[in-house]
Design a protein around this ligand. Structure first.
Ligand SMILES: NC(=O)c1ccc[n+]([C@@H]2O[C@H](COP(=O)([O-])OP(=O)(O)OC[C@H]3O[C@@H](n4cnc5c(N)ncnc54)[C@H](O)[C@@H]3O)[C@@H](O)[C@H]2O)c1
Length: 481
């Protein structure tokens, strides 16, 4: 959080000792204003108005653009066009200092600034897709301005848009309208907006994260310089990943809300206080609120997750509580297994080897292993299969499990009868004797065997063996990356 935001949040008695630091900060801001790094903001709604106010507070000279004269007049007179805590105070200050102006003339605004932050609306079209009409219109107008500029300009897209929009729509429209080239003449960045309405100003100065996808280093550096006083740890990524992050974040937040509400409806019918349950749920930052279970990989299985999801769905039905999100989990999981099976269909004439058979590494538990579903499906279709799993130690103990699976899942009975016979002694032997290797466990042993396999042997990696995907391995495939 910057010093100003910090000071504004502190009680009166604490502000004294930060006063000298604040003065220093204001001197720095004045110096920056003198250097006149100028930013235009196109679209003065919830996102744009906050950007105007907060960037001006950081010392940048801001020029806002909108098609609405009401919004332009409000910003010019230091009034907030929206209800947002602390926004008016910062706008008022910016106007008084002469660092905030607004206009309806987009071309003029781009001409007199070094960056343009684009925050026009991207509403839902009739067919449910994202309507890019305003993004296209604004991009064309920016292109007309860039055509007249003899200096480098950076366009920063802040709208939530489908991946590909920054390069395929914004950059393309600018190139068409300007006759100039992305790279030497102008740069584009996607810098998603993560602020929450109501506390957007506070969030601006203490963002949950700052993500920048840039067309090149020059554009990336220019944008990170804008943010360097509020976030030293800007996350740089590809433009498409930055665009996707914004969608994934919001879908995740919606998932959390719907999940909490489904738990609430179920708890109500059971006369349990849902807040008692969820207060405990959120204390678990090891498994519940953590990166655990969130990385794309293979389907869930084992003795608990599928069974408990089915039981909770059934409970909902019994109580007459509709739980569409929870009910969708088993079908979604099945879909993931089917995607792996579908990948293997063209290879049914080839020898298919499975590295990892149990439901996850480090256990001999075969119950509801999604790999068994894949193995059974291709075996049923006539494929020749083999397998290796270091935890499959055939003997009386494992036989109990095999008998259980044969009984519980009739479709896997044939596979259970053959499991010992198709199992080879180690991972390397498996890789040396097949045409395609299916990897279900990301273990160092499997990683090494796959890396040493013969040229031309296909890999279907369901578990993500490598952090960085092999770039030059034409025979390496995944289903979720
Ligand atoms: N509201 C949020 O909290 C939030 C958060 C993150 C991302 N976003 C995304 O940011 C974008 C803007 O959202 P918003 O809530 O600020 O929208 P908004 O509708 O409040 O504001 C958009 C503004 O753009 C103006 N505009 C439209 N076309 C224009 C043009 N050609 N030239 C100049 N101005 C033009 C409109 O008049 C309007 O004032 C959207 O893509 C949205 O999905 C919003």
């Amino acid at each position: 959080m910057n010093l100003r935001a910090e000071a504004l949040e502190k009680p009166e008695e604490e502000t004294d000792h930060t006063a000298s630091l604040l003065r220093l900060k204001e001197q720095q801001q004045e110096q920056r204003a003198e250097t006149k790094t100028a930013i235009s903001v196109v679209g003065l709604g919830y996102v744009g108005a906050v950007s105007m106010a907060c960037l001006s507070d950081l010392g940048f000279r801001m020029v806002g653009v909108d098609v609405s004269m009401d919004k332009i007049d409000a910003i010019r007179s230091g009034r907030s066009p929206i209800v947002e805590d602390r926004l008016e105070e910062l706008l008022e200050k910016g106007v008084a200092q002469g660092t905030i102006d607004a206009t309806h003339n987009l071309v003029a605004a781009v001409l007199e600034t070094d960056f343009t932050f684009l925050s026009v609306g991207t509403p839902t079209s009739e067919d449910g897709s994202c309507d890019l009409t305003y993004v296209r219109q604004a991009s064309r107008a920016m292109g007309q301005a860039i055509a007249m500029k003899d200096t480098y300009h950076v366009v920063v897209l802040r709208c939530s848009v489908p991946p590909g929009t920054t390069l395929d729509v914004v950059a393309v429209e600018i190139e068409k309208a300007s006759g100039k080239k992305l790279g030497p003449d102008f740069g584009v960045c996607f810098n998603p907006e993560f602020l929450r309405e109501g506390v957007a100003v506070a969030d601006f100065f203490a963002p949950p994260k700052t993500v920048v996808g840039a067309s090149d280093q020059r554009a990336a550096k220019a944008v990170s310089d804008v943010y360097n006083t509020i976030d030293e740890n800007v996350i740089f990524t590809s433009i498409q990943a930055a665009e996707m992050v914004k969608y994934v974040d919001n879908v995740w937040h919606a998932t959390k809300v719907s999940f909490g509400n489904e738990v609430g409806r179920l708890c109500k019918e059971l006369n349990i206080d849902s807040h008692d349950v969820m207060d405990i749920f959120v204390t678990d930052t090891k498994l519940n609120l953590s990166p655990y279970y969130l990385k794309p990989g293979f389907a869930f299985g084992g003795s608990c997750l599928p069974k408990e999801v089915r039981a909770v769905s059934h409970l909902g039905q019994d109580l007459g509580v509709t739980l569409p999100l929870i009910d969708s989990l088993i079908p979604s999981n099945r879909n993931h297994v089917q995607t792996a099976v579908d990948f293997l269909i063209p290879y049914l004439d080839a020898r298919i080897g499975f590295l990892g058979v149990t439901f996850k590494p480090g256990t001999d538990d075969l119950r509801e292993s999604p790999t068994l579903d894949v193995m059974a499906a291709v075996l049923e279709s006539g494929a020749e299969i083999s397998a290796y799993d270091p935890n499959l130690r055939f003997g009386p103990m494992l036989q109990g499990q095999i008998d259980y699976v044969r009984h519980a899942v009739p479709r896997q009975a044939d596979l259970m009868d053959k499991l010992e016979a198709i199992t080879v002694e180690d991972a390397q032997t498996l890789c040396d004797s097949v045409d395609i290797v299916v990897v279900s466990h990301a273990t160092p042993e499997f990683r090494e065997a796959v890396s040493k396999r013969k040229f031309g042997v296909q890999v279907l990696d369901l578990a993500r063996l490598y952090k960085e995907l092999p770039q030059d391995d034409l025979f390496y495939n995944g289903i979720a990356w």
